[in-house]
Design a protein around this ligand. Structure first.
Ligand code: SF4
Ligand code: SF4
Length: 94
């Protein structure tokens, strides 16, 4: 059985440069968000909890699973769209 890292390595990702499909609406709200659940629930590790209390989001490698969209629903602090056609994750190698 492969490890999750090995499985993720099978995927390919096409970056839509300068057009991230997920954005944090208000970074200050993330600083105040106590749980910062996105930083532990994203399977691709797109969210990072910084020592300053801020949260950084890098959507490269996003699996488009929608988990962050659901877990941030109460705060409503994410702008979430599908990537444009031809961009984003390609699962065909997995
Ligand atoms: S769950 Fe939402 S509000 Fe909380 S840190 Fe993550 S993106 Fe920010
Ligand atoms: S959609 Fe899934 S993989 Fe993409 S950033 Fe959100 S939780 Fe992570």
């Amino acid at each position: 059985m492969s490890k999750i890292e090995e499985k993720l390595f099978q995927d390919r990702y096409r970056v839509d440069s300068g057009r991230p499909h997920i954005k944090i609406k208000d970074p200050d709200h993330c600083t105040e968000c106590l749980e910062k659940q996105c930083t532990v629930c994203c399977p691709a590790g797109c969210y990072t909890r910084e020592t300053s209390g801020k949260v950084t989001l890098v959507t490269d490698g996003c699996l488009e699973c929608g988990t962050c969209r659901i877990i941030c629903q109460d705060s409503g602090n994410l702008e979430w769209e599908w990537p444009r056609g031809g961009f984003g994750i390609l699962f065909k190698f997995g």
